[in-house]
Design a binder for this molecule. Structure first.
Ligand code: NDP
Length: 480
């Protein structure tokens, strides 16, 4: 039984109340660990440690802070295999995906922000005869980072690294559904000698531990990634206290296939965009719009591609899709397949849970599911499902597909497939989303702004945007 601990003031400690939550392995449906069920007193201890560490940490030179973050990055790299195994076991994702994407990206997050601060320039505004302004960017103090279960270490470190690099001290909470690699990160921080209190990781339930972080008066900024409803709840608590907020929320992303696309490429990338990580990526393209003249060709090729996606135990090298993250989530996603049929949708592929032999017979497996024949404004096409379920819809004109693509409350990401450069740029300009890919998906340059519009969030992460979020700008005006 893997029993994990909180990381507070540089030490691994049990929750003060002594309570634990079960940690389930999605591949088998069995309990394999215990997670601290931390409460407000644990969060208070973490905030106190962060406050005590802040004067020394924020006073370090950027070179010294950079070196600490690089050491963490190197340690993640050295343990890549072990971390990938742990992530796959905790989340249900294929181990190959954790090895190729999740853990390398966690390593790169630290390396990226460790070096970004070395290149950051401050603003200067010249007023000529009258004088000039310069803008200091100063760390905020104690900040909270709260992340979801779908890309556990990847998203956790995407927040923690810029927060620390900017000179803040952090209290952080991973999702209680996937806490294990965050625990391994606390061991790494101890190994590399990160000063006590600079990073504190408190495990527990969102409504208890997470909310205690959001409510704590000394926490001055909150960086949150998760569902839109949780984001709204956090905003309602943080706004009256005037805390800085960065919210990366849900998505219902359109994937637009024009008749003049490279069809094979569009099919291959659309299949990945639909089913990578069992469809549990906020950027997944779950609404596929296809120009009518190539609808049948796309459908045929796409269904062939989907048929080759093997669902299996995450640890097996030939599994292309693993288990969904939890039983509750499996049931939620499955209920949308039933809803889609009630709404008149036809299931073209999948639609069933997958029963694997023991010891995986209680695991949370679902077939990659493709549905057609639904109206663009039905619930299946408007609500975030966050699982391996996609819909296919034909369109006749650019104006029509833009109307349908822009019809949801979300605005996170969009993918466009066309060989017509003008059309690609025109549609990119008109689409309501914070991120657009043309002829590709999930290509990430960590310098670019990342985030959504409408109910997909507030603010942007990535590059200097993140460093700006985690600092207060102070303008100094000088008169000659
Ligand atoms: P949740 O909103 O349920 O949880 C996210 C995090 O918030 C978890 O750590 C959770 O803790 C915590 N939390 C829950 N309630 C509270 C609260 N009242 N106060 C403070 N913290 C709280 O999201 P999921 O984990 O289910 O993640 C899936 C969602 O995340 C999807 O909607 C997806 O689109 C979105 N997402 C967005 C991304 C983006 O960049 N825009 C990227 C990835 C995912 P616990 O789990 O322990 O309860």
């Amino acid at each position: 039984m893997e029993i994990i601990a909180n990381y507070i003031n540089g030490a691994l400690v049990a929750p003060q109340g002594g309570e634990y939550i079960d940690n389930y392995e999605p591949a088998t449906g069995k309990v394999y660990g215990k997670i601290p069920r931390s409460q407000a007193d644990d969060v208070a201890a973490a905030v106190q440690a962060a406050e005590a560490a802040f004067p020394a940490w924020s006073a370090l030179s950027i070179q010294e802070r950079s070196r600490f973050l690089l050491k963490i990055s190197e340690a993640i790299d050295a343990k890549l295999g072990h971390l990938a195994q742990a992530e796959s076991r905790d989340n249900g994702k294929p181990i190959k995906l954790a090895e190729a994407v999740d853990i390398p990206r966690a390593r790169d997050n630290f390396a990226f922000f460790a070096t970004a601060i070395l290149h950051q320039e401050d603003e200067f505004h010249n007023m000529g005869e009258k004088g000039f302004n310069y803008t200091l960017r100063q760390p905020i103090g104690t900040v909270a980072c709260i992340s979801p279960w779908n890309l556990p270490l990847y998203l956790f470190t995407w927040k923690i690294a810029p927060a620390l690099a900017s000179g803040n001290c952090v209290v952080a909470k991973p999702s209680e559904v996937t806490p294990f690699t965050a625990f391994l990160l606390s061991q790494i921080c101890i190994e590399v000698g990160l000063p006590a209190g600079v990073l504190n990781i408190v495990h527990g339930l969102g409504a208890e531990t997470g909310q205690a972080m959001v409510e704590h008066p000394k926490v001055k900024a909150i960086s949150f990634t998760g569902g839109t409803a949780t984001g709204a709840r956090i905003a309602s608590i943080a706004a009256p206290q005037f805390k800085k907020l960065s919210l990366e929320l849900g998505g219902k992303n359109p994937n637009i296939i024009f008749a003049d696309c490279d069809l094979e490429r569009a099919i291959n990338i659309s299949a990945r965009a639909a089913f990578a990580n069992q469809g549990q990526i906020c950027l997944c393209g779950s609404r596929i719009f296809i120009e009518r003249s190539i609808y049948e060709d796309f459908k045929k090729g796409f269904l062939q591609r989907v048929a080759s996606l093997k669902v299996g135990p995450p640890q097996k090298a030939d599994s292309r899709m693993g288990a969904l993250v939890s039983k509750e989530h499996l049931e939620k996603v499955f209920s949308y397949i039933q809803l889609a049929q009630e709404e008149g949708g036809k299931v073209l592929a999948g639609g069933h849970k997958v029963n694997l032999p023991a010891p995986y017979d209680q695991g949370y497996y679902l077939e990659p599911t493709v549905i057609e024949g639904l109206a663009f404004d039905c619930r299946t096409n408007q609500e975030e499902i966050f699982g391996p379920v996609v819909t296919l819809s034909p369109f006749d004109s650019e104006a029509e597909v833009l109307m349908m693509a822009n019809s949801t409350e979300y605005g996170l990401a969009c993918t466009i497939f066309t060989e017509n450069l003008n059309k690609a740029h025109r549609v990119a300009k008109e689409i309501h989303s914070g991120i657009v890919w043309i002829n590709d998906w999930l290509v990430r340059d960590l310098r670019t702004p990342f985030g959504g519009m409408k109910n997909s969030g507030v603010g942007r992460e990535g590059g200097f945007e993140a460093l700006k979020f985690f600092t207060e700008a102070k303008n100094v005006c000088v008169n000659y």
